[in-house]
Design a protein around this ligand. Structure first.
Ligand code: AKG
Ligand code: FE2
Length: 273
């Protein structure tokens, strides 16, 4: 195992041959784990994590035809109506997965099947920042509750079909709350450790000065890793102790057509509870 720039770790082994117990711990502590040059099938991508997680399935317009656990994250037009996959070609600002789901998923896994090397994804390890925060700020956070609300165009300009796809399946599972009140500091279900839950784009009612302070603190370069995608990359990242963002896959402005890019994506919960 080796450390990446600032945060995150990389394993140089073949993911299929590895006992992932150590890897799960790294996801929960280091935020992001990278495996490169993996030559695996969609089935292997899903199966390799299966002993360690509980998967969330969805029946979306962009679900992989053979694997209901996989959503296709792609700017390719994947159906007769000309719809792109999840997150199309747009920029995604700092976020974590589904903060309005009552049981929001804890791990996202991405497998790069077709890279666009101009697009990169960044990860922030809030756990590391939290440990460096002044005591008085930590105490303020511990005493704070937040109201979360979904609003479009905060992290991403969701298209109507994306919203419908994501909301429908969560509503059907009774797993979507339009207005969610939660503590700002919680205990991680896998490590038991205190963590700062910081999907600030969906903070609706909060202490704004505190949030501005935290944003500047948490998003410092020393807590952030930028990933440049290559075919075969597998990234696993925690949705509680971290945030991530992605640049747009849109080269039209410099006169070039969009390059096709595709990641397979699964979302899941740690298996320990
Ligand atoms: O496309 C990417 O690089 C990241 C997309 C993303 O934010 C996600 O899959 O949760
Ligand atoms: Fe995301």
């Amino acid at each position: 195992m080796k450390y990446l720039d600032n945060i995150g770790v990389e394993f140089e082994e073949n993911i299929l041959k590895k006992d992932l117990t150590e890897v799960m711990k790294c996801i929960a502590n280091e935020e992001v784990v990278v495996f490169r040059e993996q030559d695996i099938t969609a089935k292997q991508f899903v199966d390799v994590l299966r002993p360690y997680v509980k998967y969330s399935n969805a029946n979306h317009w962009c679900t992989h035809p053979d694997h209901p656990e996989i959503f296709r994250v792609t700017n390719k037009k994947i159906d007769d109506e000309g719809r792109m996959g999840f997150f199309g070609d747009g920029e995604l600002d700092w976020h974590c997965n589904s903060p309005l789901n009552e049981k929001h998923e804890e791990i996202v896994a991405l497998y790069c099947v077709e890279p666009d090397e101009t697009c990169h994804t960044s990860f922030c390890n809030i756990r590391k920042a939290w440990n460096d925060l002044p005591e008085d700020i930590q105490e303020k956070c511990r005493k704070s509750s937040i109201v979360l609300r979904f609003k479009n165009n905060t992290i991403y300009d969701y298209k109507e079909y994306e919203l419908r796809g994501a909301l429908d399946s969560n509503e059907k599972r009774g797993n979507y709350i339009p207005k969610r009140i939660t503590k700002m500091v919680k205990n991680h279900p896998y490590t038991g450790e205190e963590y700062l839950y910081f999907p600030y784009a969906f903070y609706h009612k909060c202490d704004e000065d505190l949030v501005e302070y935290l944003k500047d603190f948490v998003l410092q370069d020393k807590y952030v890793y930028h990933h440049q995608w290559k075919k075969g990359d597998v990234l696993l990242f925690d949705q509680l102790i971290g945030l991530h963002r992605r640049t747009a896959i849109d080269l039209k402005s410099v006169g070039k057509p969009n390059k096709p890019r595709e990641l397979y994506r699964t979302v899941s919960w740690y298996n320990s509870w």
